[in-house]
Every structure is written in C-alpha cells, then in structure tokens.
Design a protein around this ligand. Structure first.
Ligand code: KG4
Ligand code: ZN
Length: 329
C-alpha cells in the first residue's frame, strides 16, 4: 500500500491506495475554505498553520495501515511553498520512522490521475486542466511525456470565477456558487466579449483578466443589485468563460486528432463546462473522461494513484532529493 499526502494549497488530505489493484482503501480531506473565506482568498501563512494541525489528525486514522505500507507519496510541486512544506516534512518523517521509500508527486500529474482512481491509466489522452492555479490543454502521451498545447496568459479559469465572486460579494472559493446562481440566470442578459478573438484568434492561449474587467465594469454600472441581476451576471460570465475555453479547444483540434479527452481540476466539476465538452467530443466522435466529483478538487487519492505509477516505475527520491518547488520543473 501507498500512503499519500496532499497539502499544495488549502486542502489537507491523506489517502491509502493498494498497489496491486489501485483500490482506494482510505481517503480523508479537510478543507480550509471557511477559514480563508474571511480573507477573500487563500492566506499562505494561515494555510500552513492549519495543515500543521489537520494533517497529523488525519494521519492518526491511518495507523492501522502502517505495517502494510510500501512507500510514502507526497505532492512536492507546484503549489504554495509554505503549504507544500507541511506535507513534505510529514512524508520525510514517516519515511525515516517507518523505513519507507519516498515518491515526490507533481500536483498537475496528480490531477490527471484523478481520472484513473481505482482504474487502469489510459494514454494517450488529451486533457484540459482547469483549477484555481492552472488552465492548461495537454497532450498526455504518458505521465512522463506531456505536451503543453495551450496555457493561460494571465488568470486561470477557476481563479476568474473566484475573482468575479469576490466582486459580487460571494465567499471564497466562488466557482461552485457562481455555477448555482448561473442556473437561475439569463446567460444572454449581458453581452460580454469572448477573450482573444479577432486579431489574436490564431493564438492558442487562454486569457481571463479582460473578461474579469468586463464583469467589474458591468457590476459598477448597475444601479441596484438584486438576486436576479446577480444570477444574470453569473450566467453571462460563465457562458463567456466557457465559450472562450471551447473556442480555443476547437481551434486546437482543427488539425489534430482527438479520440480520448479528459477534463480535470477543481473547476472540472462545473456541469455547464462538462455539457459543452460532451457536445465537442460527440462532434469529434471522441470519448470524454471526467473524474468523480469528489476527486475534481485537490485530494490525496489522486496523489496516491499517481504514486502507484511512480512506485511501479521505481522512481524513488532520497530525503535530500525531495524538494518543494512552487512551480513545476
Ligand atoms: O483543483 P483545485 O481544488 O485547486 C487548485 O489546484 O487550484 O481547484 C479550485 C478551483 C477554485 O478556483 C474554484 O473556484 C474552482 O476550482 N471551482 C469551480 C467549480 N468548483 C470549483 N469553478 C467553476 N465551477 C465550479 N463548479
Ligand atoms: Zn489542484
């Protein structure tokens, strides 16, 4: 079995995954959302202090598995350094105390593995990663060979939901809340412009800061803000944010083949986005892969699943080699 730890941002999570059949035997996650909501976003220092309290509590529950462990897997990049350090320190201490090898796991590869919890991996696959920190379109030949097809020039998809939410006075993280309000709104009410159209339409990249500013101006122009206007702004913003993703995805696959398409990351829980991706995949006769809702946002189950792959390839790291990096290598 592999014990995995995730603490790259504001979720403390530990999982136990059986190596032979990839079965998830234990998984627990404690979210810090409520604590950070008071400040309108993640406060790194607070996140680190909370990890130091919650990770040991979850670890206590995994004691019955200790004797059967073969390795410790931990997210060591990318993420908030002070948060990553908490998980990595715990992993190193466990490695020393239980005489177990260490596996350093890239958080983004972890998200890709959220598609394969309790299942075999299936590569090659094209993957859209939409989270609070990333908006990437990837061609994944294997976990070692990942081609970046497009990334964001500024804000990420999830981050734009959080920032629009903040402007509307909604708590952090706002993604799921905006989606709920959007379901009751008129998505055509406000005619926001889809980013990076026109002259730069040949560019394969994403951008969300312009859309965020359009929404800000729209909010400022409202004489009053009642629930219906709030819902209409959320619906119009979500429509355009997703339309931008879809325009660039369609562009990317004009000349490329796509057979298997996965969507991962916290914002992949968005049902409107999933619906649009379903339509795109149907038009290309491609298969759409989604993670279970519980494994879209940050969790240790995906890190454990990635850990099984790393364990089977024997890519262990020493105490000295296992370093925290805020960005990917
Ligand atoms: O993957 P994740 O848990 O953390 C990062 O690695 O960043 O993603 C969190 C992000 C937040 O920005 C959150 O607002 C967004 O995912 N999110 C959503 C939805 N659920 C979460 N965005 C849009 N629609 C949702 N339903
Ligand atoms: Zn993440």
């Amino acid at each position: 079995m592999i014990l995995s730890i995730e603490s790259s941002c504001d979720d403390s999570s530990i999982a136990i995954t059986r190596i032979e059949d990839k079965k998830l035997l234990f998984h627990k996650k404690i979210s810090q959302d409520e604590e950070h909501a008071k400040y309108g976003g993640v406060v790194p220092e607070l996140a680190a202090r909370l990890h130091a309290i919650t990770l040991p509590k979850i670890l206590e529950e995994t004691q019955p598995y200790f004797e059967a462990l073969k390795a410790i897997a931990v997210t060591n990049e990318p993420g908030l350094s002070v948060s990553l350090v908490e998980g990595v320190s715990m992993a190193k201490a466990l490695s020393v105390a239980l005489h177990l090898p260490l596996l350093g796991i890239n958080h983004l590869k972890g998200h890709i593995c959220s598609l394969f919890i309790e299942e075999e991996t299936r590569f090659p696959m094209d993957v859209l990663l939409v989270s609070g920190g990333h908006t990437q379109l990837l061609h994944v030949k294997s976990l070692e060979q990942i081609e970046l097809l497009a990334t964001t020039m500024d804000d990420s998809f999830g981050e734009s939901f959080d920032k629009v939410g903040k402007m509307l006075g909604l708590p952090y993280p706002a993604g799921a809340i905006i989606e709920t309000y959007a379901q009751k709104g008129d998505a055509k009410c406000f005619d926001f412009t889809i980013p990076l159209q026109g002259t730069s339409s040949s560019m394969l990249a994403f951008s969300y800061s312009g859309l965020k500013n359009q929404v800000r101006l729209c909010i400022e122009a409202q004489e009053r803000m009642d629930e219906q206007i709030l819902c209409d702004i959320c619906a119009s913003f979500q429509r355009v944010a997703v339309a931008h993703l879809m325009q660039k995805i369609k562009k990317a696959y004009q000349a490329r083949k796509v057979e298997h398409f996965g969507v991962v990351g916290g914002a992949s829980a968005n049902l409107y986005l999933r619906g649009e991706l379903e339509r795109f995949c149907a038009s290309k006769k491609a298969q759409l892969y989604t993670a279970k809702m519980a494994f879209c946002s940050d969790n240790a189950a995906m890190i454990g699943r990635c850990g099984v792959e790393a364990y089977q390839k024997g890519v262990f790291v020493s105490l000295e080699e296992l370093k925290v990096r805020s960005s990917s290598k």
